[in-house]
Design a protein around this ligand. Structure first.
Ligand code: DGP
Length: 112
């Protein structure tokens, strides 16, 4: 297993998990873009959202986001981003949801 997020999610690399269930794990992003920046990932390897064919896992990932957001007190709001593929700016080839918040977030898309 060479995938860094597989190793983190399955405990091969010691990282504080903010959330963990049988399918999903969450941990802090190493390069936070906001006061709170958490990555929510499947424990089983999926390359990206493009490859996600499991509606139950899709629901589990989104549900984990809600559980974490509530635990972190993000009642004022937050943003969930799933960079997908090269045009989407995905760097790490293991599906991950960015949960970003803790401040008022600005516009996120580049102007064309
Ligand atoms: P993306 O561009 O959507 O693939 O974002 C990848 C994010 O993953 C980026 O914000 C930095 C983060 N990241 C990369 N390597 C590691 C790591 O080893 N540990 C943690 N916690 N985050 C990482």
């Amino acid at each position: 297993m060479t995938c860094i997020f597989c190793k983190i999610a399955n405990g091969e690399i010691s990282t504080e998990l903010l959330y963990s269930d049988d399918k999903v794990a969450a941990f802090r992003d190493i390069r936070p873009q906001a006061p709170l920046h958490i990555l929510v990932v499947p424990k089983a390897h999926v390359d990206s959202l493009w490859e996600l064919d499991d509606p139950e896992l899709a629901g589990a990932l989104l549900h984990a986001v809600t559980v974490i957001a509530r635990a972190e007190g993000l009642a004022r709001g937050y943003r969930v981003i799933v960079n997908t593929g090269s045009d989407g700016g995905q760097e790490v080839p293991h599906l991950h949801l960015h949960l970003i918040g803790g401040t008022a977030l600005g516009a996120m898309l580049p102007k064309h």
